[in-house]
Design a protein around this ligand. Structure first.
Ligand SMILES: [Zn+2]
Ligand SMILES: [Zn+2]
Length: 372
C-alpha cells in the first residue's frame, strides 16, 4: 500500500473523532437524564412521565437531523459542467491563461452561469476538472466540488452544502432545544444537590441524595447542557441570519461576483423566498429533516436577473450524472437583456462568447445534447 494512501486512510479515520466524541456525550446525556435523573432522582410520577416524553421527542429529532447532516452525501456538479473530452485535452495542452479562458468560455456558453471569479473569468476547478456552477466551491477536506458549499464542518465530518444545509440548520435547532430542555429541567435538582445537600439537610434532598453517582451525573449534566447551549446559540443565530439573507458562510465572507460586479445580496430574493429556498414552500415539512430545499443546486435565481415577473427559468435534467444533459432556458427577461446591453459596452473578447449564448437563448428553448 502506498504511503500516501495509508496517510489518507489515517486522516479519514481521525476525522471521525469529533463525531464519536459528540456521539459519546449524547449517549452519556441520555443515560444521565433518563436513568440517573428521571428514574433515580425524581420522585413524582407525573413529573417523571412528562419529562421523559418531552426528552424523547427532542432526543429523536436531534439524533435524526444529526444523522442526516452527517450521512447526506454532498452534491457535486453534474456531467454537463465537465469539459467535453476534446476541449479538456486542448485546455490541458494550452499554456496561455487567456487561451484557456477562451476554451472555458466556449464550454460555458451553454451553461446557466451568473457568477465569475474576481477577475471576471469563468470559475473552473483544476482539481475536479469541472466548470464550477454558481455558489459551488471546492472543499479541500472532501477533495471535491460541492454545490452551494457553506463550510466543511468537523463536528459532522461532512461538507455542509446544498444537499444537507436544511438538515444542518435543524441539527443546530434541535440540539439547542435538547440542551435547553435538559438545562431547564435539571436546574432545580442541580440547585438542590448543590446547596441543600451540601448542608446535609437530608429531608430536603431528592430521595437518594446520598447517591454520589446521581449527584455527579446531574451536576455534570447541567454544566454540559448549559455550555453547549451557549456555543450552539451563537452559531444557530448566525445561520438563521444567513438563511434570511440567502447567503452561504463563504458568501458572507466573500461576496459572489456577478457580471455586474460583486454583490453580497445577489442571491437574495426577499425574506420569505429566501427561507423557502432552504426549507421549501410547504410549511408542514419545515421542522422535519427531509429534503425540501428548492432548486437543483446547479442554478439559483438571482436578484439581478429575476427581478421581473417574466422570470428566467433554467432547468437541468435532475439525474444528469447518468443521462444526456438537457438544458432548457426560457426567453430572457428584460433585466437579462439589460444585462446583455451592459455587457456589450465592455469590450471584452471573452464576454463576446457568452453573449452569443444569451442571444441564441432569447428566441427559443435551447436543448443541448451531450457527446457522452
Ligand atoms: Zn473541485
Ligand atoms: Zn468538505
Amino acid at each position: 500500500m502506498a504511503p500516501t494512501h495509508v496517510l489518507r486512510c489515517c486522516q479519514r479515520g481521525l476525522a471521525w473523532i469529533p463525531v464519536i466524541f459528540i456521539a459519546l456525550v449524547v449517549c452519556w446525556s441520555y443515560y444521565a437524564y433518563v436513568v440517573e435523573l428521571c428514574l433515580y432522582t425524581i420522585t413524582m410520577m407525573g413529573e417523571r412521565i412528562v419529562y421523559l416524553i418531552f426528552f424523547h421527542v427532542s432526543f429523536v429529532m436531534f439524533v435524526w437531523s444529526y444523522w442526516k447532516t452527517i450521512f447526506t452525501k454532498p452534491a457535486n456538479p453534474s456531467k454537463e459542467f465537465c469539459l467535453p473530452k476534446a476541449e479538456k485535452e486542448r485546455y490541458e495542452k494550452e499554456e496561455r491563461p487567456e487561451s484557456q479562458q477562451e476554451i472555458l468560455w466556449r464550454a460555458a456558453s451553454t451553461l446557466p452561469l451568473y457568477t465569475r471569479t474576481g477577475a471576471g473569468a469563468i470559475r473552473y476547478c483544476d482539481r475536479c476538472q469541472v466548470i464550477k456552477p454558481d455558489r459551488c466551491h471546492h472543499c479541500s477536506a472532501c477533495d471535491m466540488c460541492v454545490l452551494k458549499m457553506d463550510h466543511h464542518c468537523p463536528w459532522v465530518n461532512n461538507c455542509v452544502g446544498f444537499s444537507n444545509y436544511k438538515f444542518f440548520i435543524l441539527f443546530l435547532a434541535y440540539s439547542l432545544v435538547y440542551c435547553l430542555f435538559i438545562a431547564a429541567t435539571v436546574l432545580q435538582y442541580f440547585i438542590k444537590f448543590w446547596t441543600l445537600c451540601r448542608r446535609k439537610s437530608a429531608e430536603n434532598c431528592p430521595k437518594n441524595e446520598l447517591n454520589n453517582s446521581a449527584k455527579f451525573h446531574v451536576l455534570f449534566l447541567f454544566f454540559v447542557a448549559a455550555m453547549f447551549c451557549i456555543s450552539i446559540l451563537s452559531l444557530f443565530s448566525y445561520h438563521l441570519w444567513l438563511v434570511g439573507k440567502n447567503r452561504s458562510t463563504i458568501e458572507a465572507f466573500r461576496a459572489p461576483v456577478f457580471r455586474t460586479g460583486s454583490d453580497k445580496n445577489g442571491f437574495s430574493l426577499g425574506f420569505r423566498k429566501n427561507i423557502a429556498q432552504v426549507f421549501g414552500d410547504q410549511k408542514q415539512y419545515w421542522l422535519l429533516p427531509i429534503f425540501t430545499s428548492q432548486g437543483d443546486g446547479l442554478t439559483f435565481p438571482t436578484r439581478l436577473v429575476n427581478a421581473d415577473a417574466e422570470q428566467a427559468t433554467v432547468t437541468l435534467q435532475p439525474d444528469s450524472n447518468k443521462c444526456v444533459p438537457e438544458v432548457s432556458v426560457s426567453p430572457l427577461s428584460e433585466s437579462q437583456n439589460r444585462l446583455l446591453s451592459n455587457e456589450q459596452q465592455a469590450n471584452n473578447a471573452d464576454d463576446h462568447l457568452a453573449e452569443n449564448f444569451l442571444k441564441s437563448a432569447e428566441s427559443e428553448t435551447v436543448t443541448m445534447e451531450s457527446e457522452s
